[in-house]
Design a protein around this ligand. Structure first.
Ligand code: MIC
Ligand code: SF4
Length: 649
């Protein structure tokens, strides 16, 4: 039987475990990336591992999230990151160089290699044929120290592309279609592998738009083959030597095959407040638009911005629209500048933002009250833009630019009637390349002293797992609670290196009284327990969604189901992820109930069922846990750092 592309790459990287679907396997990681908002904690943890240099082929530390720098905190953190990179042999990408995923695709992504990144959109580099996976910072630190990364040997779903996109229909519409089919939940443990005749019609950055937003479906990663198109892209980046051909065998067997005819797609939008709420742009036509933001790691490539620039050439931004453009990288900015695109954008009235995450993470350009904001980014979770009442729609650059012209939701195909022709932009044969904003380890001379500003604290350590978890349901939430709900980013993100301070914002968008209640429960010597519905912990890889609850004394989360990265983060920080066996057990628990999770330690050790006693209602119910032997040992030790120390001893 032939092999899928995913199996072929995994086969070359497995160092532990049996490669059977559903089994936990450990894989060797060739490259890692971190960004500043997750990186500081990751490197503090890496330092605690006592390794003298990173053991990967390449590790890059990007600064792209906290670049607004109101106050000293982030500038200090960046200096910490730069000195750590210099000391341990890590490439440092300075603020201004661009968004980690876009820059990595341009300068470092290599087909056939594994990439682990402390950011959920790491699969962007699946567009160049890498097996690129997002994880919590601690897992990335372990990989930098030479340890394996553990994942469930995945089911592989083939997305078979046929046909060719029609003018005005884009890669973004492909992934929004995928989101319509698969939704944002129920895809844990799967990989999306793209194949079929349609693949060759998509450029590498277009493929990367598609693999980027696979993260919203909750899959482990998404991957495209590496073909002539990949070779051309690498050549344009001056890296043709990094190309290898990679494809699935013709007789490879997949767990499921889904066909998408590219020529049948039309412009789509994800409506508030989930990337999975898909409508056609036609259905939304005429809705007044207040803000348009083009950029983010999903849609900020050369082609994206040159297309928009061409559409807007000689036109003005509608007077009711605030129009923001954030090029994905300094390379994109330099190239659109050289090719005249930047001029068109400025003349049209664009507010040119830094090449960074910016608006996407809500640390700048927040929309007004109840504003309708069209964005080319990947997430529109409640409050993520920085404005809770804002209505954020996720669209393609073409649909976004159409609204810049008309001031309302407009199907870009209708622009033809206004005399606007579809701009056919192709990728340059050779990009203008300038790596001057990287600091390479070989550029570092002499001894390096690590800089630690006052904002950087020791990473908190968890207490060992108690015999019985005895506590209060501090909060009961519903389905699809994202890490943006658990701990906001945006203007709060500057406290990433200060866990006690950052914890004050836990569940801010859902229930701002959470912190005070959790604090009181902790002070009474009780544990905090979170109860949740389906797909708990969707979205980002931010381990603070586990680290801050741990700091506040949360010992267990009982949910209907968990998303992959968040579940791994909970385990890393010694919080037990338990699942309801029956729907009615979830219904019967109320916020404020006193629960006892009896003999939890013994149950996990011996594999016995876990019984929860609800002292408030006088009832009991059974919960389940799906943990590998390794994960059990981590929980018993009280978290990954404690487990590693124990193992070393
Ligand atoms: C996001 O898009 O939500 C982020 C901000 O990039 C996060 C990482 C973080 O919270 O620092 C992610 O995607 O993992
Ligand atoms: Fe940055 Fe947004 Fe991409 Fe996250 S999704 S890495 S915040 S651009």
């Amino acid at each position: 039987m032939g092999k899928t592309l995913t199996e072929k790459i995994l086969e070359k990287h497995i160092v532990e475990g049996v490669p059977e679907k559903g089994n936990e396997v450990g894989i060797k990681i060739d490259q890692t990336l971190t960004q500043d908002a997750t990186g500081t904690m990751a490197y503090l943890q890496f330092e605690a591992m006592g390794v003298s240099k990173v053991k990967t082929e390449l590790s890059v530390s990007y600064v792209d999230h906290n670049t607004v720098q109101i106050g000293f905190e982030n500038a200090d953190d960046h200096k910490y990151l730069q000195t750590v990179a210099a000391k341990y042999g890590i490439v440092y990408s300075r603020a201004g160089n661009g968004i980690c995923h876009q820059v990595h695709l341009e300068r470092f992504g290599k087909p056939g290699k594994t990439l682990l990144g402390s950011d959920s959109h790491t699969p962007t580099n699946g567009g160049i044929g890498m097996l690129a996976i997002g994880a919590g910072g601690l897992d990335v630190a372990v990989a930098m120290a030479g340890g394996p990364f553990y994942l469930t040997y995945p089911k592989v779903i083939k997305i078979n592309l046929t046909g060719k996109l029609k003018p005005w229909v884009t890669a973004k519409d492909v992934i929004l279609k995928v989101l319509e089919i698969f939704t944002t939940k129920g895809n844990v443990g799967c990989v999306f592998e793209y194949g079929g005749e349609g693949v060759k019609t998509l450029s590498v950055p277009e493929r990367a738009t598609i693999t980027n937003m696979g993260a919203e479906c909750g899959v482990t990663t998404s991957i495209f083959p590496s073909d002539e198109v990949t070779r051309e892209f690498l050549k344009a980046q001056g890296r043709e030597q990094d190309w290898v051909e990679l494809k699935a065998d013709d007789d490879a067997e997949y767990d499921r095959v889904v066909d998408i005819d590219l020529s049948e797609l039309e412009p789509l939008a994800a409506t508030p407040h989930s990337p999975g709420n898909i409508k056609t742009v036609r259905e939304l036509e005429g809705m007044k638009v207040d803000q348009v933001c083009i950029g983010s790691c999903t849609n900020s490539s050369y082609k994206d911005l040159m297309t928009v620039a061409q559409m807007l050439k000689g036109r003005r931004t509608h007077p009711n629209v605030s129009f923001v453009v954030a090029p994905g990288s300094r390379q994109v900015l330099e190239n659109i500048n050289r090719d005249g695109g930047l001029e068109n954008l400025i003349e049209a009235g664009a507010r040119i933002a830094e090449s960074a995450c910016g608006f996407c993470i809500g640390n700048s350009y927040s929309p007004g009250t109840n504003a309708v904001s069209l964005r080319t980014s990947n997430r529109n979770f409640l409050g993520r833009s920085g404005t809770k009442s804002a209505q954020v729609y996720l669209v393609s650059p073409e649909t976004a630019a159409a609204a810049v012209i008309t001031g309302e939701f407009t199907d870009p195909r209708d622009l033809e009637k206004m005399g606007i022709k579809y701009p056919r932009i192709s990728i340059p044969g050779r990009f203008y390349i300038d790596d001057g904003m990287f600091v390479f380890p070989e550029d570092v001379k002499g001894e390096v002293e690590i800089y630690r500003g006052p904002n950087i604290g020791e990473p908190p350590v968890s207490d060992p797992l108690p015999e019985t978890i005895s506590g209060i349901v501090t909060i009961k939430v519903g389905d699809k609670i994202t890490t943006d709900h658990i701990i906001p980013a945006g203007s709060r993100m500057k406290y990433r290196s200060n866990v006690p301070k950052y914890s004050e914002f836990l569940f801010e968008v859902v229930d701002p009284t959470f912190y005070e209640r959790a604090k009181q429960i902790k002070e009474k010597g009780k544990h905090n327990i979170i109860v949740a519905g389906l797909s708990y912990g969707q979205g980002s890889s931010r381990e603070h969604a586990a680290l801050c609850p741990m700091y506040m004394g949360v010992k267990a989360v009982i949910a209907k189901s968990f998303e992959r990265i968040h579940k791994a983060n909970l385990i890393n920080f010694g919080i037990v992820p338990l699942t309801f066996k029956k729907e009615e057990d979830y219904d019967a628990v109320s916020q404020g109930d006193e629960l006892e999770i009896l003999d939890i330690k013994e149950c996990i050790k011996s594999g016995k069922p876990v019984i929860v006693h609800n002292k408030t209602s006088g009832t009991t119910f059974e919960v389940e846990y799906d943990l590998s032997e390794r994960q059990k040992m981590i929980l018993l030790a009280g978290g990954t750092l404690a487990y590693m120390k124990k193992k070393a001893a």
